[in-house]
Design a binder for this molecule. Structure first.
Ligand SMILES: C[S@@+](CC[C@H](N)C(=O)[O-])C[C@H]1O[C@@H](n2cnc3c(N)ncnc32)[C@H](O)[C@@H]1O
Length: 236
């Protein structure tokens, strides 16, 4: 093929298949994650749009609680590690995920790219050792019991206190499992309550992993950007 013909072919290819610029418009994000995210769909999209708008050369994600079910429970668990792994492969950067369960660590380390590292430890202990500055902190370890949320909420607060000095000025914090009100309780809350002999009407408010951390972030001047089942804060 002569050069002119080749250039025409390449031009035609890129005009009919334009390269996807934003991660959130990429077919992989849309069909694998966005369409399956359920109660986290809007928050995750908003958080990623915010990160993209920063136009950083690379992004550093730190999360507590890894995607223990692989890609098998996207609606239930959130698949955060896989979403962040795909994000740093679309742009550049790295993901550090911390989980206390060696089985979950092995599953995720063996099914994510070399840009993601899952460390087995208690998250509060491990966060206190992290030195690089963080663009996105995702708080999601310690399963929350909406009838007894204080243990998970205390752990989330301690996670933030362990890492707060390592957040970049424009950092985003996402707190999972932190419904803004009864309207945002997950579909499984009813069954979980019944198993313990209660109903969702026995769930007290405020609630969730963020019930102690959210007031602390507001006191420190962080901005609450969006709040449904998850809460998103920015530092400035
Ligand atoms: C809800 S799952 C995380 C889901 C994941 N972020 C996702 O979106 O797919 C919670 C994880 O936290 C882990 N975990 C519980 N207590 C922990 C602790 N003290 N330190 C670190 N991880 C912990 C559990 O082993 C579990 O894998």
């Amino acid at each position: 093929m002569d050069t002119t013909k080749l250039i025409k072919c390449v031009f035609k290819y890129f005009t009919t298949n334009p390269p996807t610029k934003e991660f959130t418009s990429s077919p992989y994000f849309v069909t694998t994650f966005h369409e399956n995210l359920g109660i986290r769909q809007k928050t995750m999209l908003n958080a990623l749009l915010l990160l993209q708008s920063l136009n950083k050369k690379e992004y550093n994600f730190v999360e507590t609680g890894t995607s223990r079910s692989g890609l098998k429970n996207i609606a239930g668990d959130g698949a955060s590690t896989y979403i962040f792994d795909a994000f740093v492969n679309h742009y550049a950067g790295m993901v550090t995920s911390i989980d206390i369960d060696q089985g979950a660590v092995n599953i995720v380390n063996s099914s994510t790219s070399s840009k993601t590292t899952v460390i087995c430890n208690d998250s509060v202990q491990e966060l206190s050792k992290i030195t690089p500055m963080i663009d996105c902190l995702y708080i999601d370890s310690y399963d929350v019991d909406f009838l007894d949320p204080i243990p998970a909420a205390t752990h989330a607060l301690n996670e933030f206190l362990a890492i707060k000095d390592n957040l970049t000025p424009e950092a985003i914090i996402i707190i999972d499992d932190s419904p803004a009100s009864k309207q945002y309780l997950p579909p499984w809350a009813e069954n979980e309550s019944l198993k313990q002999g209660y109903t969702v009407d026995d769930i007290q408010w405020p609630n969730g992993k963020g019930m102690l951390l959210i007031p602390q972030l507001l006191d420190l001047g962080y901005r609450l950007i969006f709040h449904e089942y998850q809460a998103i804060f920015t530092k400035k």
